[in-house]
Design a protein around this ligand. Structure first.
Ligand code: PMV
Length: 328
């Protein structure tokens, strides 16, 4: 009972921040994202009757604590669905730096949901997998379907899931990730979601979210970069305004983060199709069109504090790459 799956992380154009139900990760608002093709998590799950506890190796290092208990919670859901009691060994690797604004938890829990359910002999639908992945990390719900993905907030466990609104080929976008720090973030998103409501700005952010989401969806479907850029930057700025006004305040930006934000706005004013968006970390995702990405990369390399630049185009869905024949 063994399976291996791969999933891409995603970058949210309209962000998820704050939960209506913290345990089930039912979000306060809907969100919209793109999978990132060149980045991935590869996860192998083996259910083994000889094991007495679940085990986890993350990027070649044995992991315990909260990382293991989050993985074990998802495995427990899979065991209940498959009606088994067997413990599992999970081996997971990322091909990108963990915990610094590149959403490793999204690809990690999407790959885990697929590998664990396949290893347990379940054949879950995309919707069921998205729901399962969501319980490990909210944004993982969006790494299950391919291309451009919307996560419908829903109001219950079974109604909160993500689905594709356009395939990867729909729009030639590029995401250049300006890495300004690879240190592990101080406050992870799970703790961040829990204090979102302590910001007096969160209610206004959530109230206006359906309008921003509709504007972003339309700009994306119309391939209208100008409209897209305005709403994507607005949405990122609003989320960071909430983060910065929470108790305690979460300030993820570093000086180089702000330098990149200013530069991107100046380039757009000068006519380049380019905009920024930032997750719960200091690194900046610079969105542009594929034909312009080499030029934008060269410009980014000149900004002091930019240590590295990762590049991704729209990516496909989570996929199973190995499944051992079940001897049942
Ligand atoms: O899935 P989580 O708990 O890592 O939350 C993700 C939160 C943001 O990355 C900041 C926004 C988003 O929608 O991806």
């Amino acid at each position: 009972m063994k399976a291996t799956a791969e999933a891409h992380p995603n970058i949210a154009f309209i962000k998820y921040w704050g939960n209506r139900n913290q345990i089930l990760r039912i979000p306060a608002n809907g969100s919209l994202s793109m999978n990132l093709d060149s980045l991935f998590t590869r996860t192998t799950v083996t259910f083994d009757p000889n094991l007495t506890t679940d085990g986890l190796r993350l990027n070649h290092v044995p992991a315990g604590g909260s990382a293991l208990s989050r993985v074990s919670d998802l495995l427990e859901r899979v065991r209940r669905l498959a009606n088994i009691d067997t413990r599992a060994e999970v081996i997971s690797e990322n091909n990108f730096p963990t915990g610094s604004g590149i959403a490793s938890s999204a690809s990690a829990f999407a790959a885990l949901a697929l590998a664990a359910s396949a290893a347990a002999g379940l054949n879950l639908s995309e919707k069921q997998l998205s729901i399962l992945a969501r319980t490990g990390s909210g944004s993982a719900a969006r790494s299950v379907p391919g291309g451009f993905v919307e996560w419908k907030p829903g109001n219950s466990h079974s109604s909160s899931y993500a689905y594709s609104i356009a395939p990867p080929e729909h729009w030639d976008l590029a995401d250049l990730i300006a890495v300004v720090s690879t240190e592990h973030k101080v406050t992870g998103s799970t703790s961040g979601h829990a204090i979102a409501d302590s910001s007096p700005l969160q209610a206004a952010r959530v109230d206006d979210a359906p309008r921003r989401l509709a504007a972003c969806r339309q700009a994306l479907l119309d391939r209208d970069f100008e409209k897209f850029a305005e709403v994507v930057e607005l949405d990122s700025n609003i989320m960071h305004a909430v983060m910065q006004t929470s108790t305690p305040p979460l300030i993820y930006w570093q000086p180089a983060t702000i330098a990149v934000m200013h530069a991107v706005r100046a380039w757009r004013k000068a006519g380049l199709p380019v905009c920024y968006t930032i997750d719960a970390g200091p690194n900046v995702h610079i969105l542009t069109l594929k034909p312009e990405h080499s030029k934008v990369k060269r410009l980014l390399q000149e900004i002091p504090g930019v240590q590295d630049i990762l590049r991704a185009f729209p990516g496909g869905p989570a996929k199973l790459i190995y499944q051992e024949a079940l001897n049942v």
